[in-house]
Design a protein. Sequence first.
Length: 289
Amino acid sequence: MSSSGRPQPLSLMFLLGMGMASERITCPSRCSCQYLEVNCTGQQLQEFPAAIPLDTRQLILAANNVSYLPAVELSFLADLVYLDCRKNLLGDDLDFTFIGVAKLVYLDLSFNNLTQVTFSTFSHLLSLVVLKIADNPNLVTIEKDAFANNTWLRHLDVSRTGLTFLDTSTVQDLPNLRFLGLSDNLWHCNCSFLDFVTWMTESNVHFPDADNITCYTPEGLRALKMPAVEAQLHFNCLTRLYKQDYIFLCLIGFCIFFAGTGAAWLAGVCAVIYEVHTSKGEEEEEEEE
């Protein structure tokens, strides 16, 4: 160091080298790190990587064998906005996993083993714009209010899952939704599904791969595309009466008949009693005279 207190070029290079070394040390093993990004793609990781820099904005864990995302370790990454966990082994319960990454904008959980989505799964992700949970063949349930807090959600993909039903309000109440993937699911096109199909035809949402959004059950509607399904369900559910409907109408008819007969009988009895009472009164008056 010179008498002026400034470091000499050699000392400055040494300090820079130390800084770069410290950056390399904080990068997780088998991952590559750039400015605010950690990429661990295809590294056969079994667990969530340790020593992720706390200022990381983008974390890519794609194509590994991670089966669990620790909520505590994730919460340390408070500035995380992009998380790619596709092609892993994430399974049953993700409730409250993302409670500490409220700034997350992009989340990809496709090609995993998810089984359900509840209100507690993504409710803390108030800034979420893109959510991909496609290609989860064991995903059979998405609760009605699962995305109630994700009002900024613009892109949602639930294609190629085990879903057979999706409540209309689940997606209808998302004001910014513009892209919804629904293809190659096992949709059960019964009368309960009519509202959802009607919403699809009337909304401004884009449905990619629309030719593969078809019914799986019942047998009579299998492979039928959604626009055609709406007309068929309108006919089946709103104009056609089933056996149980006829039974119900017959029961209502019998009830009305018996109720009318009983009311008429009761009215007749009352009239007779009134006539008898009136006649007795007149006879008593005549006897008194």
